[in-house]
Write a protein that binds this ligand. Sequence first.
Ligand code: NAG
Ligand code: NAG
Ligand code: NAG
Ligand code: NAG
Ligand code: NAG
Ligand code: ZN
Length: 943
Amino acid sequence: MGKGFYISRKVGLGLLLTAICAFITIIALSIAYDKEKKKNQTNSGDGQTDSSSMPTTPTTPSVPKEPWDRYRLPDSLLPLSYNLTLRPVLEPNADGLYIFTGNSYVVFKCEKATNLVIIHANKLNLTSINGHLAMLTAEEHSAPIVEKSWLVPETHYLVLQLQSPLTVGRTYVLQTIFQGELADDLEGFYRSEYIENGVKKIVATSQMQATYARKAFPCFDEPAMKAVFNVTIIHSHGTVALSNGRETGTVDTDFGRVTTFEPTARMSTYLLAFIVCDFAEIQSTQRNVLIRIWARRKAIDDRQGDYALNVTGPILEFYERYYNAAYPLSKSDQIALPDFNAGAMENWGLVTYRETALLYDPIISSTGNKERVISVIAHELAHMWFGNLVTVRWWNDLWLNEGFASYVEYLGADYAEPTWNIKDHIILYDVHRVFGVDALASSHPLSCAEDAVSTPAQISEMFSTISYSKGAAVLRMLSEFLSEPVFVKGLSSYLNAFAFGNTVYKDLWDHLQQAVDSTPDVKIPHTVHEIMNRWTLQMGFPVVTIDTRTGSITQKHFLLDPESVVDRLSQFNYTWFVPIKWMKSGVDQQQFWLLHKRDTNNQMIASGNDWVLANTNVSGYFRVNYDQGNWDRLLSLLNSNHQTLSVMNRAQIIDDAFNLARAKIIDTTLALKTTKYLSKETGYIPWESALRNLNYYILMFDRTEVYGALKSYLKKQIQPLYEHLKYNQINAIGIGCKMGVEGCKELTRNWFKQWMDNPAHNPIHPNLKSTVYCYAVAFGGHEEWDFAWRMFKNATVASEASRLREAMACTQVPWLLNRYLEYTLNPSKIRKQDATATIQYIARNIVGMPLAWDFVRARWRYIFEQYGRGSFSFAGLINGITRRFSTEFELEELKKFKVENQDIGFGSATLAMEQAIEKTTANIKWVAENKAQVLQWFTDESA
Ligand SMILES: *[C@@H]1O[C@H](CO)[C@@H](O)[C@H](O)[C@H]1NC(C)=O
Ligand SMILES: *[C@@H]1O[C@H](CO)[C@@H](O)[C@H](O)[C@H]1NC(C)=O
Ligand SMILES: *[C@@H]1O[C@H](CO)[C@@H](O)[C@H](O)[C@H]1NC(C)=O
Ligand SMILES: *[C@@H]1O[C@H](CO)[C@@H](O)[C@H](O)[C@H]1NC(C)=O
Ligand SMILES: *[C@@H]1O[C@H](CO)[C@@H](O)[C@H](O)[C@H]1NC(C)=O
Ligand SMILES: [Zn+2]
């Protein structure tokens, strides 16, 4: 899936927003302007939250269970192909229920003699055939007689007990006839609604990953159970049906239109997709591949699909070259859906997206929206080969699939938009971001054992920041130390060897090793396997400390809270094989490896008076610390000549320093000093890094006296940036904001007022909308709020709707916030897909935080039942609400909440709860230890 909930990718803009206007707006300008970042984005593609979660309880290997009590299918039967017919009914039946009916034939082969047929089926009503829930036949011989058939709801099985065993080597056919609900639950075959020209429209669509195909039809619903699918969809006249294969025929009959599709390639069930809608499309053809973009008619008419169509061809072309393998299918459909849980889903040949992740309106959308679109498309299309053509055998290796797509999405997007420097952004959106969770004692290794993941809840917990972003970071490091040509050589050989099949992560290491072995000039100190085990089998990452006086280099497991206790043992004692790229006084040096805890005498790096910078461009997954002398040289370089360093390196120095200070490895003031040069910085990435880190200070101190001094300092640092931007065509709004709070207030209000007076004409520049909307609502009252609400409800461009939805959380009026919270649980007001993100926006607001916390506590049971199970955004909800927690009182409340809701549980947020407690504890300590010093520093520096 695409990384779904993009909320955490965003800077603390929302927080800052409620603060002083001038300071804020200028920041917003610099960022919004330069590149209004992938806002509201979790990542690029699929859905994911900020928590590093992980199955905490492996399935208890309890005493011999019946085969149907186990969550994993037995290995006795293997599906070969299916004939599947589905008929969704887009009108409610007499009971007000939307349903679909279907029938399926699955041809399977018996691999091991058994008298049981066990196949997945969940929430389906099966019609009995000859007295049983399914009918078993055989093609050229007779099939055993069915003795008994029943459903097992807990493990999602349909079970047939046979009178005699199936014969090894023979194939059989199982037929089922079934009916299911086309619910609005965003899972399996489901229903989405939207209004067009005042008319309610219904779409039938699907989301199978990870374990929902079984909710659409009985199937062997595991990724290694690949098969060919012959799909037929019966739908009403005037609608179009789509699936993974290209349409081969459409026949109008009395009972509807029958669309058939070419047989799919051999594929996993989680990649299937079925859609019935009356959307429009635009298309092009590239080397015999039909490329289509589908969306609501109005969106297509408004040309919102054009950008996606423009970039899809180049991105596919890039991957064909990069992977050295042709696009495996005859068509590539991409469709924007009004209701969609994750960011996007890589169904093979029919990729589904949230509207904001596929549609781009040149007039209404911002540059940030555009970057999001291209990143998500690049992520999903990367999966067409890596993930879909070659699929990991089981969900425990999900990190390889998602980490890989999360890495190469930057390469694909860069190819299509070469002037954007998109590749640099990986350090912000993946590397530095995941450092945050992977530096906690409660983190977990990337890789886990197959048998530790079996229930749907455990599978859904695999979709974590660790899988996506750490996966991306370590694969990027691997590509960097092998060099890209060797990496792609191994990759392409892996894809060719396992096309249409399944793998475990080690298979990739084997193919990369072969590429290394056949390239004489590439030398690595251990095998790919041995090196990568250090990064995938133990959690966390090292901080490498370089003493430029002596040449000593050491490594140590980096923990954000140095007092936290690491319970998890590592077979490698938390030491890594660390590839170190570095530079000395501006000149790149040869990469070397740190293979032990300590390397005492590296004369190369004993630098005298030269400055040394290690881990250039954050190509390795680790942090770096230096002796004080070298830190001083780096600080002075930043202050005198920062452009000697790349933007990534500038951002790295800031991010490392702040985090080393959090971990008490260096002084807090040393970290703060890295921000002194910012008055000269115009780059987006360093500013974003600094703001993210300072955001922690804002969160911790925005309810204390430190905040005044902090604001003054930042205002001072930002002033020159603002001056700089003024010469860049920037708008009047910024100039007004420079005048101070009052001026800014007036200005944003006026812009917004103009829009309120003439809703048909919005005068605000797209790149400034997020900021202006938020201010106008924050400074305004219920009139502004209600206007924003009306515009939100009327918006025909999804990114516009989502900006407004976010801005409404900026109000400072408690009753408006409380009413908005109530709206989040009413799907006719806020779509289910947006509910948890909206609550998080409200929690980001200093006034909204306690309200959101009360709200969630009071309605935990309801929220959990509606949104809890297996939903990615759920852990994010806990994270979002507790980010500012830094008092004993809040810690007590959090613990009480945990105890009081033990019976209901926390589902996919179980780990997030633990992390929230761990983080709050650390925050309390940090504030106690740093408050005085920080207050002093900001006071001195802002004088
Ligand atoms: C599906 O179509 C393929 C290709 O025509 C065919 O080989 C296969 O037998 C069909 N599957 C079923 C269940 O009939
Ligand atoms: C699947 O459908 C095809 C085409 O309609 C048909 O020829 C074939 O017999 C069907 N397979 C089974 C197993 O029913
Ligand atoms: C399935 O059967 C149950 C029990 O008869 C019924 O309540 C439910 O509505 C049915 N669901 C569908 C989708 O037909
Ligand atoms: C798509 O490409 C066409 C032709 O190059 C160009 O005119 C158009 O502006 C592009 N559309 C978008 C939204 O980028
Ligand atoms: C880890 O430490 C143990 C005990 O000190 C030692 O026996 C083992 O060799 C170490 N393993 C590694 C990989 O360094
Ligand atoms: Zn993905």
